[in-house]
Ligand binder design. Structure first.
Ligand code: SAH
Ligand code: SF4
Ligand code: F3S
Length: 478
């Protein structure tokens, strides 16, 4: 007799444990804060756990393991982590009441900066792993049994990228046609406001061959746009196949030969490291997108000097001019800090003047946040919070106005768009122009993963709208 379903007896395991014979996969939810390098690292952490049976989930409520990949750049960013751990602790207590469990791991730059201190402030945390040690995650997890709480903030001599397993092809496809690849890590610049040289360590570059292999694998899986990442990406000096240190300009030339890749980008660059090989690559390589994030922070020479940025406002403007000379349609974005110690009204006005002179298509601006261990935090002439807030509002009004003008000037233009996901509404797909503007159009999903010319018809609050400009003109790149 075949029993009906209600008669089938299943052994009940009150602990929800994977007992012998139970093959339920464990799930991991990874939340990324901060920069794109953390997004890339989160993907690599997921890849490193895949062989141990962890499947990634986008739903924290069903995860067996939650990893917070944290950012320490400003106080607000760092503090967010503790409120999130508080929420997770409540969720875990509830689960334990029901016989389940949840592991909580802290990774990233707060992990590096605070290490053991995290366990003291937040005893709910099971393990702490810094950004240079996450290839050891499977081992650390095996050790984290509730009583032992591993903390690994080493800067190991081994190269984590050469140890980490690559993602499976289906995983790469699921992540979409635009991918990040870290090529450089760490920073030797020591700007006086910044924690990155402490959290990420000294500048290192991956060898050209390793990057080429990773990009070829991504391209083969359908990736069409690669954004090369580094805290100081244009200081890249990885070993080339000839045994010499290659510049980023040389690297992008090599990557442009991997044909299915139609777009190359890189971020974040330091003005001091924009060498001629890279500038000329913008002239010579159609795949290298005409958009550059080139943070200047301030337009005042006095403040730039105290920030240890190692260039003047005039040198920065000259550099912008030089890049526009080889690539006239180049669009720029920047980061700005307002209220750095000692910043006067006159210094701030100089920043506004520089913004007017350059004209940015987008910008990120922040109130200065004193960070423990950086020279800026010890400076005596800290600026009042209300003054910082007023300056930030003025600066943002200016940069938002510039962005709006740029977007409005796009109406009527036809631009190539790489479609990378479904749109906001059914029947829509979304993508980006060469200048990183978001675009929504009504079109079939099958265009996702391809580049097509779009005539821009309107601008919305967050994105441009347009129509396909002659389907027969479409570049078949898929
Ligand atoms: N490597 C990049 C920046 C990394 S941090 C560069 O050199 O430009 C990203 C941005 O955060 C910085 O450009 C800066 O504008 C901002 N930032 C860094 N430290 C900060 C601090 N202490 N307070 C406010 N903003 C800060
Ligand atoms: Fe920080 Fe300056 Fe290095 Fe950028 S260049 S990561 S702002 S120290
Ligand atoms: Fe934040 Fe670390 Fe990136 S401090 S901005 S996550 S390098």
């Amino acid at each position: 007799m075949i029993p009906d379903e209600t008669e089938i007896e299943r052994p009940q395991n009150p602990h929800g444990d994977a007992g012998s014979g139970d093959t339920r996969a464990k799930t991991v939810f990874i939340k990324s804060y901060g920069c794109q390098m953390n997004v890339y690292d989160s993907q690599r952490m997921a890849d490193s756990l895949a062989p141990t049976g962890y499947v990634e989930t986008s739903n924290p409520d069903e995860a067996d393991l939650v990893i917070l990949n944290t950012c320490h750049i400003r106080e607000k960013a760092a503090e967010k982590v503790y409120s999130e751990i508080g929420r997770l602790r409540v969720a875990r207590d509830e689960r334990r009441r029901q016989g389940g469990d949840l592991k909580i791991a802290v990774a990233g730059c707060v992990a590096q900066a605070e290490g053991q201190e995290i366990l003291r402030r937040a005893p709910a945390v099971d393990l702490v792993v810094g950004p240079q040690a996450y290839h050891r995650l499977p081992d650390l997890l095996a050790k984290a049994d509730g009583t032992s709480k591993p903390v690994d903030t080493d800067f190991p001599v081994e190269d984590k990228f050469s140890i980490l397993p690559p993602p499976r092809r289906d995983k790469t496809l699921a992540r979409g046609p635009s991918a990040f690849v870290t090529v450089q890590e760490g920073c030797d610049k020591f700007c006086t406001f910044c924690v990155v040289p402490y959290t990420r360590g000294a500048e290192t570059s991956r060898p050209v061959a390793a990057i080429v292999a990773e990009v070829e694998r991504l391209a083969e899986a359908g990736v069409r746009e690669i954004s090369l990442l580094g805290q100081n990406v244009n200081a890249y000096h990885g070993e080339g196949p000839d045994g010499r240190a290659w510049t980023l300009g040389q690297l992008v030339h090599r990557l442009a030969r991997i044909e299915p890749v139609v777009r190359l980008r890189y971020t974040t660059s330091h003005p001091r490291d924009m060498d001629d090989t890279l500038i000329e690559a913008h002239r010579d390589l159609p795949a290298l997108m005409p958009f550059l994030h080139l943070p200047v922070q301030s337009g005042s020479d006095r403040i730039l000097d105290v920030m240890n940025r190692k260039h003047t406002a005039a040198e920065y403007l000259k550099l912008i001019e030089k890049i526009r000379h080889v690539r006239p349609d180049m669009a720029f974005s920047s980061d700005f800090i307002v209220g750095f110690p000692g910043e006067t009204d006159a210094d701030f006005e100089a920043t506004l003047r520089l913004i007017e002179e350059v004209t940015y298509v987008s910008a990120y601006s922040f109130k200065y946040s004193p960070r423990p261990g950086t020279p800026g935090a010890g400076m005596t002439d800290q600026v009042d919070e209300a003054v910082k807030a007023a300056r930030l509002a003025r600066l943002q009004a200016l940069t938002e106005g510039q962005q709006k003008t740029f977007n409005q000037a796009s109406i009527g233009r036809t631009m190539d768009v790489l479609f990378d996901r479904k749109g906001k509404r059914p029947g829509q797909i979304a993508g980006r122009t060469p200048y990183l503007q978001a675009v929504q159009i009504e079109a079939d999903d099958s265009l996702i993963g391809t580049v097509a010319p779009v005539e821009i018809t309107a601008t919305g609050a967050w994105s441009l709208h347009g129509v396909l400009a002659g389907a027969d003109l479409r570049e078949a790149v898929a």
